[in-house]
Design a protein. Structure first.
Length: 131
């Protein structure tokens, strides 16, 4: 059955984030990375993600911070981002339809691209600073 609602409320954001991160926690590639970083602080992480997506999609400014910084020291490769985007897109498509659903997928893809570029830049900068 095709979803009939768009992402319009904080409840929708929480449903999206909770469903997505449940998939992440069970994915063989992503689970070890996220579980190792987040440990027993999943509730805190999910609250932060609610605020992030609420700010991005609902234009309700509840997130203040830099989303890239916590990821800078993680050993993430293109394969991790590919799975992350696949799971995120799959989750949005399962739960929602409409303008905000399309925007959520677009923003997630752009964020993954930006993170990959920044991580590559950091790696190259670190490699050249060793010598």
């Amino acid at each position: 059955m095709k979803p009939v609602t768009d992402i319009i409320t904080l409840y929708d954001i929480k449903l999206l984030v909770d469903t997505f991160y449940t998939k992440v926690q069970h994915d063989t590639l992503l689970a070890p990375i996220f579980n190792n970083r987040i440990k027993d602080n999943w509730d805190e992480h999910l609250e932060k993600m609610y605020r992030f997506w609420q700010t991005v999609l609902l234009d309700e400014h509840t997130y203040f911070g830099s989303p890239f910084h916590p990821h800078a020291s993680m050993h993430l490769e293109q394969s991790h981002f590919s799975i992350w985007i696949k799971l995120f897109t799959e989750t949005v498509d399962e739960l929602f339809t409409g303008h905000k659903a399309v925007e959520a997928k677009w923003r997630a893809e752009k964020m993954a691209e930006m993170f990959q570029i920044k991580l590559e830049h950091l790696r190259k900068s670190s490699a050249t600073n060793i010598f």
